[in-house]
Design a protein around this ligand. Structure first.
Ligand code: GLU
Length: 266
């Protein structure tokens, strides 16, 4: 049985890009699940969660289990972090954005990853954080790679080599939060028994580091299917700021489901 999921963040209204992602996941799975990625409590809103339910119902979608909310999953993330820490693969990092920029300036140049410059490892020698001082927790990617590589991920039956250092020492847990995106995704995909991760091709790079975390945490390996992105009229990705193409706005303007399908090229 193929289990897929749609995993929006309730930090804005869903737009056509989300509709395509949700319909793609539904189409690819025997069991289709919903996960609300509301890790960032400051930016997530219950009103957007209600809107997600409304929009998905409008698209004719229903999901197999109650939606999983990341904001309720602190204990699971803490356990995964503890596991990586016991393996000696994490370190506390106190650097501010400015510290990191200064370090790049000193070094003359920065190595770049998919999300921008790769963290230069200033705090990598630290083991224990002095209590009370805010910090993020980072993955020691070199050590992690030495332990887990070589790895691959499978997309449409084809294996791709994982580049475990693609993002460098990623943040596993943010200062104010129990986790960060990559850790939460792998812990939750395993918890929801997702067997096929479908998502936009803008997240294909994320698969490298997510496969690394899965291997370290001994979680099952899902297959991957990254799909094309739905672009606006000027050829750019939709963003949360494009209010005119939210599903709610389209519905209010009288669009029908077949209009949406046509706009998505379905
Ligand atoms: N929450 C992410 C987003 O809104 C998707 C995460 C994923 O599919 O892995 O783009």
């Amino acid at each position: 049985m193929i289990v897929t999921r749609f995993a929006p963040s309730p930090t804005g209204l869903l737009h056509l890009g989300h509709a395509f992602a949700a319909l793609t996941a539904r189409e690819a799975g025997d069991n289709f699940l919903l996960r609300l990625e509301d890790l960032d409590r400051g930016r997530s809103r219950d009103a957007f969660i209600e809107a997600i339910y409304r929009d998905l119902k409008w698209l004719g979608l229903s999901w197999g289990e109650p939606a999983l909310r990341q904001s309720r999953r602190d204990a699971a993330y803490a356990e995964a972090l503890a596991q990586l820490t016991r393996m000696g693969l994490t370190y506390p990092c106190f650097c501010t954005r400015k510290d990191i920029a200064d370090e790049f300036a000193r070094a003359g140049e920065a190595q770049h990853g998919p999300d921008g410059p790769i963290y230069p490892g200033t705090c990598r020698h630290l083991k224990d954080a002095p209590s009370g001082k805010p910090h993020v927790l980072r993955l020691d990617a070199q050590k992690a790679a030495a332990l887990a590589a070589p790895l691959s991920f499978c997309e449409h039956g084809k294996n791709h080599a994982v580049l475990p250092l693609r993002f460098g020492d990623i943040v596993l847990a943010r200062k104010d939060l129990p986790a960060a995106y990559h850790l939460a995704v792998v812990v939750d995909d395993a918890f929801q028994n997702v067997t096929l991760v479908t998502r936009g091709e803008d997240l294909r790079d994320a698969t490298h580091v997510q496969r690394l975390l899965q291997a370290l945490l001994q979680l099952p390996e899902p297959d991957y299917a990254h799909h094309r992105l739905i672009l606006d009229d000027s050829g750019k990705k939709f963003s949360k700021r494009d209010n005119a193409v939210t599903l709610e706005a389209l519905r209010q303007a009288g669009a029908t489901l077949s209009d949406v399908y046509a706009r998505l090229g379905l």
